[in-house]
Design a protein around this ligand. Sequence first.
Ligand SMILES: *Cc1c(COP(=O)(O)O)cnc(C)c1O
Length: 430
Amino acid sequence: MNKDVEFIVENVKAHTEWFRNCLPMIASENLISPVAREMLISDFCDRYAEGHPGKRYYQGCIYVDKVELKCVELAKKLFKCSYADVRPISGTVANIGVFKALAKPGDTVTALNTAEGAHISHAKFGGAGVRGLNVVNYPFDSKNMNIDLDGAVKVIKEIKPRIALFGQSVYLFPTPLKEIADVAHDAGSSVVYDGAHVLGLIAGGKFQDPLREGADVVTASTHKTLPGPQGGIVLSDHKGDTEDDKKFLKRLDSGVFPGVVSNHHLHHMAAKAVAFAEHLEYGKEYADQIIRNAKALGQAMYELGFNVFCEHLGFTESHQIVVGVGDGMGRWAAEALEKADIIVNMNMIPGDTKPLNPSGLRIGVQELTRIGMKEKDMKDVAGLFKKVVIEKIKPENVASEVIELRKDFNKIHYCFKEDEAHKYYSITGL
Ligand SMILES: *Cc1c(COP(=O)(O)O)cnc(C)c1O
């Protein structure tokens, strides 16, 4: 190997070693299963396929087609719907594909503001802008950390957007979708629910059920609470049983291809299929434990003196909690925690105006749950946060306690081949 290749391999190994010994609590991350990881390094990662199984532009897709048909079948079963497109290569790509399908440049989409929990792909400076859409924001209820229901209804009635978009990146409580969807449909809008963060909870029967609450389309990432490979998905329960409805599904389909993908990363598609099959088996149990752990962490940090948001609502109904750490102190706290091997991200909280100097932390427990932590372990985790952020103990001195706590958690749970997990987790999967 030459120096450059050695450098790359060494650093990937160092990263892997670090993450094996730390507390990864970024709310958008997770660990794929051992079998899914095998799919990622299979020959699928070298191949091309465009379009749909049986109707490819490229030869060589005999087995790819079988896997993709199975992947779509499993997605429909897992998400209880009649339409699934597993090709988007990320959640952002899924959103832009749906924007292309359902709106034209110059149309308006209504969404939350990114400062109040929406994703960059919902913004004029992000994905919505790529499609040339105007964005009008719903008001936000910062006390309850949720969309302001009456305000949103008013905005939709007034604006009559082409797309009424919902879903958040800072996402503690279900969107009151049922109450808004009828109003949006009366206004002639398509209702799109971005479930990127909460897809695994939804599939596990928790959080909410957007396709039954009025969403025409669900977009999502496949790697957050759904512990699959990095990727995206588009779901709908429209049946295509009228001419108009057929057209609707056709537009969704061509929004993705040829809209935003050509080849759709077949190894990720195969790994998605594995993740869906495993989630059908273990998803209920996993989603339930995630939410228990998030509530337990919120309670424990609150008792230790942290400003955990929404105590009056039990802190959270998702995998996340939000903690205020003092005016403009978010970056300091996240960097100190990183030195203690606790990985979180700083986040804007209501009242913040400077995205690069926010006052909060967003903390996710889905990955700690995946490695087997339960409510009692959340108390230990909360104690470590306190040492770094409140007691301001030198973080490097707390790191050894993190490593000690982490020692007992080196399996990946809620999947097949649990006993082989360490192989794929400890040495870069190779
Ligand atoms: C993470 C996220 C996405 C998509 O992210 P990708 O990294 O592109 O998969 C989309 N919407 C929301 C609300 C998100 O939080």
